[in-house]
Design a protein around this ligand. Structure first.
Ligand code: C2E
Ligand code: CA
Ligand code: CA
Length: 760
């Protein structure tokens, strides 16, 4: 080192710069006062060529020297103009002050600062830059610090690349975690939008028919626009995306208003103010089109190279995500279907039956399960070989599939055993027996194999929901037993599971009779459970809950007789009784001068599909002179599932009269977002099962918060059911749930206990 000592050797300092500083050709800076002299005497050429920033400052922070790169970044074309200027002449005060303090501290301590990452505001119209900077004390020959040497490198691009790689890795992780495709695609669009100024991204997915593009993700495009393009056909002249999918090549439209590809959509882009739209097809490894990735912007322009590269990365990732999902669908299909016959298998049966039975229960419909076994299949296999056996199974499967309706299901359980599930279309589907006979007849015809005729017959055993079993397993077991009986007896007709000797199934008959009498003999009564404002603790409403005062068995809860009433149709008169009694009682409380509260009445699916229901409601309210604003009807999702159109019509008829609707038991199994959006509810009742686990269970907390914020988004008020503890209440108040109902406040109580609660 010569006299111009750069302090301790700074290993991390850019090599070129260290050389430039410490090379023997560099003269000693002896006099700080004569700044311009020393700058001019430096062999500057090489230093000015450096892409990095290099400068020398005096003790007061004034530039003694700066290379061309530094000068350019500060808005000067001639580096010598910087001499004598300080950061205060160049940057805003705050920035200059920051630099000044750092440099003064460094010079005071004599400790060089090596490789600091710093954000530098731009003085020439670009975004802020990220720099890796080193500052080193400059000493004179007596070792006194007379200034500093600064060297920095712009690492903005490197940082950007790192960030991009990190976000790419995150996306790949999302894909690996099997997050829903919509979520992954949305994250992908957001990634690109964050990197490119002024664009909105959109992913469209090619339909399975390969003809149309469907909405995939477009978090920042207007909803109205995405709805317009959802389902557009692909073709040689269909905007940027339709054309890109058609050509399987990128389409860059710089100005949609003038481009012939957009001719037919001109009014649409005009309305939304889009100008450029660059679309890139998302391709499989075999170059099959999976969809498109498009960027819209309101300015007329083409993508830069960097932007094109970024889009290429994004489409590649989108391709991985889409292919991954397709793979999953394929695996799911394979896991649920039988290779030989293509029929669904036992796993599928179980999954589907749970749903079928749930719907049947809600709609009081029967479901028939027929267990079918090919007679002497083993004999066919043994004497004619496996190929013949396979042919028989395939043929029999096809015959069964041809016999059933779309709502039914044919399943191969394994071997030569099949199940056919028939969903009854009405409560009195007398056609079922005939359909089973037809099924048996269709199966029992010879199968042709290599010029031979193989005679076929089968045994069928039948069990029906709900009488012969409540679950898929029970039904299967009983149908299997019946099939075994049929086989033993060599029957050529389906044999039904005989349950007449089963005492349990005899009971409902008498129960049904009893219940019928209970309604006319006035054995029913209503209890009421208050609903309370979480904040004020005032009673805002009561829910009417029916009870049956049984002459022998005492007070029976609704769970013991409502399902029966639904099954046998008694729910209609029972429901009318409840509605009438609730309205009468509500009016009576009002007449007593109590603060009026809402009265909530539970409505079953069967009641709601009664075409006269709306009329019953209005007549009942009129009869008791109760303003319908005080009536709230609680519906469960099963009510809506049964006949959505009619349910919607019924709600539309009653809402203008003031009747409010709440969705009951939300969060208990089958609640769906779709029904919340489709049906005009006023309130959401969070199911007890959700509240039960609060607040200790993290999942319950997450679901609870999600449900409440969902309700707020949809402008529904929320009532929590089954609130039993202070801790639950505290959580609800924290989560801004408006109302609560549960033992914490009161069990359902007889009518005469309510006035005291309303006054409290
Ligand atoms: P739901 O509509 O969900 O009614 C709430 C049930 O939760 C009531 O049971 C109530 O007693 C109970 N409950 C309330 N707070 C708490 C609590 O803090 N902890 C616990 N463990 N339970 C609480 P209930 O009265 O036995 O009614 C059961 C179901 O019967 C009702 O469920 C409803 O679906 C049905 N139901 C009751 N009355 C009628 C009616 O008039 N018509 C129809 N269609 N169904 C009714
Ligand atoms: Ca309810
Ligand atoms: Ca409920």
């Amino acid at each position: 080192m010569n006299e111009l000592s750069a302090g301790r050797h700074a290993g991390a300092l850019n090599d070129a710069m260290s050389r430039a500083v410490s090379s023997p050709g560099v003269p000693v800076v002896t006099s700080v006062g004569n700044a311009s002299d020393s700058i001019e005497s430096l062999p500057l050429k090489a230093i000015h060529e450096l892409p990095d920033f290099f400068y020398v400052k005096d003790r007061a922070g004034r530039f003694l020297f700066a290379n061309a790169t530094t000068a350019r970044s500060l808005g000067y074309s001639d580096a010598s103009e910087l001499a004598g200027k300080s950061d205060f002449d160049l940057y805003d005060f705050e920035t200059a002050q920051r630099y000044f303090e750092i440099e003064q501290a460094m010079m005071a301590s004599g400790e060089p600062l090596i490789d600091m990452e710093e954000i530098t505001p731009s003085l020439i119209g670009e975004g802020a830059a990220c720099r890796l900077t080193s500052k080193i004390p400059l000493r004179n020959d007596r070792g006194e610090i007379i200034g500093l040497i600064g060297a920095s490198r712009d690492i903005t691009e490197r940082k950007r690349q790192e960030e991009l790689r990190r976000r790419q890795a995150e996306l790949l992780e999302m894909i690996a975690r099997n997050e829903p495709l919509e979520t992954v695609l949305e994250a992908l669009v957001l990634l690109v939008e964050a990197e490119i100024d002024g664009v909105s991204g959109s992913v469209l997915l090619l339909d399975s028919d390969g003809q149309r593009l469907r909405h995939g993700a477009a978090p920042h495009l207007p909803g109205a626009y995405t709805r317009i393009i959802d389902g557009i056909a692909i073709g040689p002249k269909v905007g940027s995306c339709g054309t890109a999918a058609w050509r399987a090549a990128p389409v860059v439209v710089e100005d949609a208003l003038g481009d012939p590809l957009w001719e037919e959509f001109r009014s649409v882009v005009e309305a939304f103010g889009f100008r450029s739209c660059w679309s890139t097809p998302i391709l499989t490894a075999q170059r099959n089109v999976l969809g498109t990735f498009a960027l819209y912007s309101n300015t007329v322009r083409a993508p830069t190279t960097r932007e094109t590269e970024l889009v290429a990365i994004a489409t590649h990732l989108a391709g991985i995500a889409i292919e991954r999902r397709r793979g999953d669908e394929r695996i799911h299909f394979m896991a649920h279907h039988d290779d030989l016959t293509g029929l669904p298998n036992r796993a599928f049966f179980k999954e589907r039956m749970a749903k079928t039975l749930h719907q049947a229960r809600a709609a009081s419909r029967k479901v028939t399960v027929a267990y079918i076994d090919v007679n002497d299949f083993k004999g066919i296999n043994d004497t004619l070989g496996h190929a013949a056996g396979d042919e028989v199974l395939k043929e029999v499967a096809a015959r069964m599939a041809n016999c059933v309706r779309a709502s039914d299901m044919v399943v191969r359980l394994g071997g030569d055993e099949f199940v056919v599930v028939l969903v009854h279309q009405s409560s009195h589907d007398i056609g079922i027996t005939r359909r089973l006979r037809d099924l048996q007849k269709a199966i029992s015809k010879p199968v042709q194999f290599k010029g031979r005729e193989i005679p076929i017959s089968c045994s069928i055993g039948v069990a029906a929901f709900p009488n012969d079993g409540a679950t898929a397993d029970e039904l299967l077991l009983n149908a299997d037993r019946a099939m075994y009986g049929a086989k033993q007896q060599g029957l050529q007709t389906p044999l039904h599971h005989y349950s007449t000797h089963d005492a349990a199934t005899e009971l409902p008959l008498t129960d049904q009779e009893e219940l019928r009498l209970a309604i006319v003999r006035d054995q029913l009564l209503l209890h009421y459970q208050p609903q309370v404002d979480v904040i004020t603790r005032k009673v805002t409403g009561v829910e009417a809950l029916v009870r049956w005062e049984h002459p022998q068995k005492g007070m029976r809860p609704p769970a013991e007789f409502i399902p029966l009433a639904e099954e046998c149709g008694l729910i209609i008169p029972l429901g009318l009784w409840v509605l009438n009694e609730a309205c009468r009682q509500a009016r009576e409380w009002q007449a007593m001068g109590l603060p009026p509260v809402r009265i909530a009445v539970n409505v079953s699916a069967r009641q709601f599909t009664d075409p006269d229901f709306a009329r019953h409601v209005t007549e009942t309210a009129e009869r008791h002179k109760l303003d319908l604003h005080w009536l709230e009807l609680e519906l469960t999702e099963s009510v809506l599932m049964q006949d959505a159109e009619r349910a919607l019509a019924m709600m539309d008829a009653l809402r203008p009269l003031g009747v409010r609707f709440s969705i009951d038991d939300f969060g208990a199994g089958y609640s769906s977002l779709a029904s919340l959006k489709t049906f005009p509810f006023d309130r959401l009742k969070m199911d007890r099962s959700l509240i039960e686990a609060l607040p200790s269970d993290k999942t319950a907390v997450a679901i609870g918060l999600a449900v409440i914020s969902l309700a707020q988004t949809l402008k529904l008020s929320v009532v929590a059911e089954g609130v039993e503890t202070d801790a639950q209440l505290e959580f609800l108040s924290f989560a801004r749930c408006e109302e609560a109902q549960g033992y914490r406040f009161s069990k359902p109580v007889p009518a005469d206990r309510i006035p005291a609660l309303l006054k409290a």
